[in-house]
Design a protein around this ligand. Structure first.
Ligand SMILES: NC(=O)c1ccc[n+]([C@@H]2O[C@H](COP(=O)([O-])OP(=O)(O)OC[C@H]3O[C@@H](n4cnc5c(N)ncnc54)[C@H](OP(=O)(O)O)[C@@H]3O)[C@@H](O)[C@H]2O)c1
Length: 214
């Protein structure tokens, strides 16, 4: 039987991943501070919704899909005890509340640290894995690039957690590229900046990364 998924968030990423997990046979509960934000999604998808804590308690695997600046506060509301021993898929990007500069997003993190390392240190109960942050939500599930599977870069300190996330990415049609321990998030998080540049400069949003190998 597939794992139960608790998704923290009510925005477009949470909803797209929620629908994707449901369509791939997982049980899903979405978490939010305001369940009314998910009424439309629940109506079309038939999934469950509750508080951050209820979703985190429901999930065998947790997906963090909130505004980057709110990662810590959302996990705090979810409750550290509800993360204990669980894989936490971190989709967030540390985007500051500032406008892009010539198409380049501004981050509140630095290159010698990352949002995910900070969250992992603050919530050692969870087994964090960075994933889904380097592509637009339109391509997160079953990305179609004329038969070419794009690359999803992941990292985290726990091998079993990364194995679980790789199995999910296999289900969702991705080629997983494991970049190692949590520190690799220092490189994976800024991929979102790169991904967004063609969008902000030329309104081009229909792309994904591929690691070519010999
Ligand atoms: N949009 C994309 O295509 C894309 C692609 C890759 C990665 N990402 C990353 O995915 C994450 C989610 O993005 P999004 O566009 O779906 O949504 P978003 O607008 O960045 O975030 C919405 C979520 O943030 C939560 N939030 C806001 N203020 C909060 C607070 N004070 N305390 C706790 N939670 C709070 C909201 O919780 P409530 O439900 O309680 O209101 C809501 O669930 C972001 O970190 C983003 O960088 C986005």
């Amino acid at each position: 039987m597939k794992a139960k998924i608790g998704i923290l968030g009510s925005g477009v990423v949470a909803q797209v991943l929620g629908s994707g997990f449901l369509n791939h046979g997982y049980e899903v509960m979405m978490g939010t501070r305001d369940v009314s934000k998910l009424a439309g999604w629940q109506k079309t998808e038939g999934g469950k919704a509750g508080s951050f804590a209820e979703a985190a308690s429901f999930g065998d695997i947790i997906v963090l899909a909130v505004k980057g600046t709110m990662g810590s506060s959302a996990l705090g509301l979810a409750g550290a005890a509800n993360l204990a021993g669980k894989t936490v898929i971190d989709t967030t990007n540390p985007i500051a509340d500032l406008p892009p500069v010539n198409g380049v997003l501004q981050y509140f993190s630095r290159l010698d640290g990352s949002q995910m390392e900070q969250l992992q240190a603050e919530f050692p109960e969870g087994r964090f894995v960075k994933a889904f942050n380097s592509v637009g939500n339109a391509f997160m599930i079953n990305p179609d690039f004329d038969g070419i599977k794009p690359s999803m870069f992941i990292c985290g300190n726990d091998a079993d957690a990364k194995q679980q996330v790789t199995a999910i990415l296999d289900d969702f049609g991705w080629e997983t590229e494991d970049m190692g321990a949590a520190e690799a998030a220092r490189a994976i998080e800024p991929l979102c900046m790169l991904w967004c540049i063609p969008g902000f400069l030329r309104n081009e949003w229909m792309h994904a990364f591929k690691l070519l190998k010999k």
